[in-house]
Design a protein around this ligand. Structure first.
Ligand SMILES: Nc1nc2c(ncn2[C@@H]2O[C@H](COP(=O)(O)OP(=O)(O)O)[C@@H](O)[C@H]2O)c(=O)[nH]1
Ligand SMILES: [Mg+2]
Length: 236
């Protein structure tokens, strides 16, 4: 029985992915948790999948899933969640924005909470990129005002949840998991409205180690705003 499955969506992360998997292994080995990692790669042209294949046996705790159709971050995450075997599911970015050292604590806190999320906007959280930090902070104020929720970071995309809890929402997966990071806003809103006990643990985003962000600021701003307005008007 696998205790924890870590879903790692990748697009052009050749130079980050193996270092991240090694860091996850280093973080989880002392905890005694039985873990697996699912790399869900959307056929990255930079050879991300080849890097994983070369480095790991792939019949052990590291799995590689290469998707060729219906690409996109949120759908890749859903695919990983549905393939995972663990009792606990963790989703994180693969560019070291999210610190793998937090995983054991996040998993442990699920004894008391139903959803544990990484948050830049609680004490000791933050972001090395100060311009993006301020923008995200402001955007989160907007989301809180619009939905009357009290979640400080609706955009981190770093979370841990028990399988049985998450899959209560399975009938709504089609309406949650599409688009980009906006899926996280929808997931959190449902969690909030279902009265899940949610905990935000501080995460400090260091700059991505290698490669480039896939998100252009204005494109994301437009897409998220459309998603948020749609959500406000019509719900999930
Ligand atoms: N599978 C998959 N992963 C993606 C896609 N777009 C982005 N990612 C991954 O999602 C995470 C966040 O992307 P990133 O470019 O760092 O966005 P940012 O943190 O907003 O700058 C990283 O792990 C990316 O590799 C996609 O279309 N498919
Ligand atoms: Mg990033």
């Amino acid at each position: 029985m696998t205790d924890v499955s870590i879903i790692l969506p990748t697009y052009n992360e050749r130079d980050n992915i193996c270092d991240l998997i090694d860091a996850i292994e280093a973080a989880l080995t002392p905890s005694g948790l039985r873990w697996e990692v699912l790399v869900v790669d959307d056929s990255s042209p930079d050879g991300t999948a080849a890097a994983v294949r070369q480095r790991y046996e792939l019949d052990g705790p590291v799995q590689l899933h290469v998707r060729t159709a219906d690409k996109g971050l949120a759908k890749a995450i859903r695919y990983g969640l549905e393939q995972a075997a663990g009792r606990t599911l963790v989703v994180m970015d693969t560019d070291f924005n999210h610190d793998p050292a937090l995983i054991p604590q996040m998993v442990d806190l699920l004894r008391y909470y139903e959803l544990v999320i990484g948050s830049r906007f609680v004490m000791r959280g933050g972001m090395e990129d100060t311009a993006r930090y301020r923008m995200s902070l402001l955007y989160n104020v907007f989301i809180r005002l619009l939905f009357h929720t009290q979640i400080q970071d609706n955009l981190s995309g770093f979370f841990a949840v028990r399988r049985e809890t998450l899959f209560q929402l399975q009938p709504k997966f089609d309406r949650i998991f599409y688009g980009y990071g906006d899926y996280f806003i929808r997931l959190l809103l449902l969690a909030w409205r279902n009265d899940w006990k949610i905990l935000e643990v501080p995460v400090f985003y260091i700059l991505r180690r290698h490669g480039e962000s896939k998100t252009g600021f204005w494109d994301v701003f437009r897409d998220y705003t459309l998603a948020v307005v749609k959500l406000r008007l019509w719900g999930v």
